[in-house]
Design a protein around this ligand. Structure first.
Ligand SMILES: C[S@@+](CC[C@H](N)C(=O)[O-])C[C@H]1O[C@@H](n2cnc3c(N)ncnc32)[C@H](O)[C@@H]1O
Length: 405
């Protein structure tokens, strides 16, 4: 097992993102693209519903003599609809222009960022570790295409000790003096916070000592577990070395000890029962179905008796109405995420059971995003009197299970 664990010594690591500066025009472009993308997702997507109800549904009924049954039939009904095509073009282009608008700032800052990441490894002031495996075979579902249209995907390396993909996909960019930051309307880093908090409320006696985050990218949703379980050791695995180097440098600058390693979640090198908690976010929908089944089996192997696995993911088909299924599954054909619809067609509880988890311990639910939820209402949510907001709009769908004690 290649192992580049570095001994610790005192030191100060600057925030790797502090080197990233956009010119006025670059910043304006990034903001414009972010606003356009958000508009497509949060507004246009729902206007497509109106258009479907007004035009697509009656046309389908006229042609087939019955109403649409599912999202796939809505896709068929809407394929040639002008408004749907307009929406798709806006979304596709906004998605593609996002990383492109950030790329030049990353390229300018890259030599300095790589130096910070190397210094973080040399000094290791926060503890934790970074293990990279240059021989790791990148699974085909990651290597065969640029997932969600980001050039270079998560793993490509263009120079020695590269961190570019980590910065390109993970950084929040500042503009020229006074230009401010790119505002994210949806808080993607609130997922770890929200699952961690839910675990403390749902399982008050649960005291995990080690947590593993699958497909951690740069640890964005891993760090928060320390806020809810102060004694916990953080482990994050990913196949992408640039993201791990970048995440490790971020963690060192924040003083958070994290054990990052470059591993395929389908078969890791951790011993049986090593973790009490396994989490993931935005992960399984990018994995092939056989890969998903292998990963869930691996989770079962890695959990200690009574350990919990909690994954934030897209809600499955069975939990959504046909239009929402059509809307979610857009990414399958249009966003280089070919396993989206196949993943969503599965029953998460059945997948967990197939991997060895007891069926009666399985859960599938939406939890509130605690960075935006009115927390006075949390007891009402816990007691079942109040539903969490929709997935991606103030709530997050999660599924998982607890290994038999
Ligand atoms: C959409 S990103 C997840 C981002 C991160 N979890 C978050 O919440 O911000 C999916 C990540 O999974 C990683 N990945 C994909 N397949 C993997 C596998 N088999 N084993 C480990 N990581 C994998 C990718 O490299 C990528 O970084």
């Amino acid at each position: 097992m290649p192992d580049s664990m570095i001994p610790s010594s005192a030191g100060q690591i600057p925030d790797i993102d502090s080197l990233l500066h956009q010119t006025h025009d670059e910043h304006a472009r990034t903001r414009a693209v972010a606003v356009l993308h958000n508009h497509a997702l949060m507004n246009l997507r729902f206007q497509v519903r109106d258009v479907f109800e007004k035009n697509g549904a009656p046309e389908f009924e006229k042609k087939h003599g019955r109403a649409v049954k599912d999202g796939r039939e809505i896709a068929e009904a809407m394929e040639d609809n002008q408004f749907f095509r307009f929406y798709s073009a806006i979304r596709y282009n906004a998605q593609e222009m996002g990383p492109l608008s950030r790329q030049s700032a990353v390229e300018r800052a890259l030599p300095g960022m790589i130096e910070i990441a190397r210094e973080a490894v040399r000094q290791n002031p926060a503890g934790g570790s970074l293990r990279l495996n240059p021989d790791l075979e990148i699974p085909r579902y990651v290597s065969a295409l640029d997932v969600h249209l980001a050039p270079g995907c998560y793993y490509s390396e263009f120079t020695e000790d590269d961190v570019a993909q980590g910065a390109l996909l993970g950084a929040t960019l500042s503009g020229t003096a006074g230009a401010g930051r790119v505002n994210r309307v949806r808080n993607f880093a609130g997922i770890g916070e929200s699952i961690g908090y839910w675990l403390t409320q749902k399982y008050p006696d649960f005291r995990p000592l080690r947590v593993l985050d699958l497909g951690t990218q740069s640890g964005n949703n891993l760090f928060a577990y320390r806020n809810h379980f102060p004694e916990i050791e953080l482990y994050g695995i990913d196949v992408g070395a640039p993201c791990l180097r970048y995440g490790y440098a971020k963690a060192q600058a924040m003083g958070i000890p994290v054990h990052f390693s470059q591993q395929n979640a389908e078969a890791t090198d951790f011993p049986d029962g090593y973790f009490d908690l396994i989490v993931s976010s935005f992960f399984f929908h990018e994995i092939s179905l056989p890969g998903t089944k292998r990963i869930l089996k691996e989770c079962h192997r890695l959990l200690s008796p009574g350990g919990i696995m909690a994954n934030m993911e897209l809600p499955p088909h069975k939990a959504c109405d046909p239009f929402l299924n059509f809307a979610f599954d857009w990414d399958t054909k249009n966003n280089n995420e070919p396993f989206y619809a196949t993943y969503r067609a599965q029953d998460p509880t059945e997948l967990c059971a197939e991997a060895g988890f007891p069926k009666d311990a399985a859960f599938e639910l939406r939890v509130p995003d605690i960075t935006s939820f009115d927390m006075q209402k949390y007891p009402e949510f816990l007691s079942g009197k109040l539903e969490a907001p929709p997935h991606g709009r103030g709530g997050w769908f999660i599924f998982g299970s607890r290994k038999a004690a």
